[in-house]
Design a protein around this ligand. Structure first.
Ligand code: AMP
Ligand code: MG
Length: 542
């Protein structure tokens, strides 16, 4: 048994207890074009345009044996580039023209990684739906290396679906094109909303089939992340008793991702504090746009607070806080309103891993991590409540604001109102005249329910001096007009799987790149699903 388990249980149960009591838990455009050679037209530069292969670095690889398994990707028959995120390529220091050319495709398909790549599968463990799994690891993903961008940031570049690894556990190491399209859309939409996330650099079809319930076209995603280290990476070493590698990992994470902590005496405790803060902020941001991660296992929670693993995720249409879409999540463990509690449960697992690094005196260590874990609630609530205030157009913070916001959520729930449209349309309402309220009223089964709430809202708005035009602008900047609605993601996935048709995906990528703009000509992508379009379950998909 894991040495700290018994001690750790104490704070786990405390943690979940007060979260249950907490009052707030109520609930780049992708292109297919080959590399444009705009530089050719530059008459001052007579040299032929040279595209540059990536110059990968390998800090994670340097951690050495035990952290990864070197693994070359398996070649595919007939790769084609489906989508390339040129803006992201530029940002991370990759040449988009090179990526769009034959050598780029050879890398993105795994057929021929560039000389500077050192493909490897990372090892990790994790708690899946609460159950301990001692070894998971990258079963279908390979880290090619790290790129240091013009902004100085170091980012992992990874292929997902590039063939089996020692961690494949009987899986084929491949991906259907469906999950590739889903993750591309999910992560790019999240980034455009301004929420920390892994990114999609490119999507490739392989020209081969993968066998799921039926044969489906294969695909490979090239994913970019500030880090692929998860809570489960720490658990792997801590729970197998590998104290040396655990310490190495912790110090690597601090050096790479939290360098401001290096010289602190309590750096491991402060590391936990940083992860608590980032995770609390992330979950609050998810919930404010109605996002449900769907599979918040400890192996799917990033150490740097980025959204990672776009498996069975979904967004709320009608506001129902108990919604869980994942097909395998029958009990709603990862429902929208349970995400803060689950995040804290996961952070408690991380805390367990760090105990021995924090203090030789384990009782003292437990007290210290408990104190840090205890900050989650306040951090989450501060972010979530501030976000709710902004969604209502409140510039100032006043007593009663949270109740006002929760009152609207409750009515949206009772009246089956669409979450995204309610907040978006609220922005346009006049702060005094109710004559133009119909666009919001009609979202509620009984519009009078909204009318009653709107009286309180207008009274509250009247206590601020902000002109309506300014308030509207501020509200539109936080209440998206477009989210990746589940039925839209499904339509794009179906078109890709059935017909290798990537037009629906590309249109979504374009529109969701500007989620806070109205884009009236794209109105069909803003509306909620019709009953026949509604998606009730989402799948992990591999
Ligand atoms: P996920 O559901 O994506 O978090 O994956 C959980 C674990 O299953 C990870 O270790 C994955 O690498 C592994 N896995 C998922 N799909 C496959 C696949 N097609 N082949 C091999 N391993 C897989
Ligand atoms: Mg995963």
């Amino acid at each position: 048994m894991f040495r700290n388990e018994a001690r750790a249980l104490r704070y786990t149960s405390q943690a979940s207890l007060y979260l249950c009591e907490g009052g707030t838990l109520l609930f780049s455009q992708a292109t297919l074009e080959a590399g444009s050679s705009s530089r050719q037209s530059d008459i001052h530069d007579m040299r032929a345009p040279e595209s540059e292969p990536p110059n990968f670095e390998h800090s994670f690889h340097s951690l050495g044996e035990g952290f990864h398994s070197r693994q070359e990707p398996a070649a595919v028959r007939a790769p084609e580039l489906i989508a390339l995120n040129r803006d992201l390529a530029e940002q991370i220091g990759l040449d988009p023209d090179w990526l769009a050319g034959p050598d780029g495709l050879a890398m993105l398909s795994g057929n021929q990684p560039p000389d500077t790549a050192r493909p490897l599968a990372m090892v990790y463990a994790g708690h899946q739906f609460g159950n301990w799994v001692p070894r998971l690891g990258d079963g279908r993903a390979l880290l090619l290396g790290e790129m240091v961008g013009h902004d100085g940031a170091r980012r992992d570049v990874q292929l997902k679906g590039a063939g089996p690894t020692p961690f494949s556990r009987g899986g084929d190491g491949r991906s259907s094109i469906g999950p590739v399209v889903r993750e591309y859309l999910g992560s790019e939409a999240m980034a455009a909303l301004g929420i920390p996330t892994t990114r999609a650099l490119a999507a490739v079809s392989t020209g081969e089939h993968v066998f799921r319930e039926r044969p489906e076209p294969g695909g490979i995603l090239c994913r970019v992340a500030i880090s692929h280290i998860r809570i489960g990476t720490f658990e792997y070493f801590a729970r197998s008793g590998d104290a040396d590698r655990l310490a190495l990992l912790a110090d690597y994470v601090i050096r790479r991702h939290f360098p401001e902590l290096i010289d602190r005496e309590q750096r491991h405790l402060d590391l936990l504090g940083q992860v608590v803060e980032r995770t609390a902020d992330l979950v609050a941001q998810w919930m404010l746009v109605g996002f449900i991660h769907g599979v918040m296992n400890t192996d799917n929670l990033s150490i740097v607070g980025e959204t990672i693993d776009y498996g069975p995720f979904g967004y709320l249409d009608v506001f129902d806080p108990d919604t869980a879409y994942s097909y395998i999540d029958r009990r709603g463990r990862y429902a929208w309103n349970r995400q803060p509690m689950i995040a804290q449960w996961n952070l408690s697992r991380l805390a367990e891993c760090l105990l021995e690094l924090i203090d030789e005196d384990q009782t003292a260590a437990v007290d210290q991590v408990n104190e840090v874990l205890g900050t989650f609630k306040a951090r989450f609530e501060a972010r979530f409540h501030a976000g709710l205030g902004a969604k209502l157009g409140l510039a100032e913070k006043r007593p009663g604001d949270v109740e006002l916001a929760l009152g609207l959520l409750e009515r949206m729930h009772e009246q089956k109102a669409d979450m995204t449209l309610t907040f978006r349309r609220l922005a346009a309402l006049d702060s005094r005249d109710t004559g133009g309220d119909q666009p919001v009223r009609e979202l509620f089964e009984q519009p009078e329910s909204f009318d009653a709430w709107a009286i309180e809202w207008r009274q509250r708005l009247a206590t601020e001096k902000r002109p309506d035009a300014d308030r509207r602008k501020a509200m539109e900047a936080v209440n998206p007009a477009f989210i990746l609605r589940n039925h839209l993601a499904q339509q794009a996935v179906d078109a890709a799987i059935e017909n290798l048709d990537f037009e629906p995906m590309k249109r979504l990528v374009r529109v969701l790149d500007r989620p806070y703009e109205d884009q009236p000509e794209q109105a069909d992508l803003a509306r909620p699903p019709r009953p026949d379009e509604r998606v009730r379950h989402t799948f992990c998909g591999t």
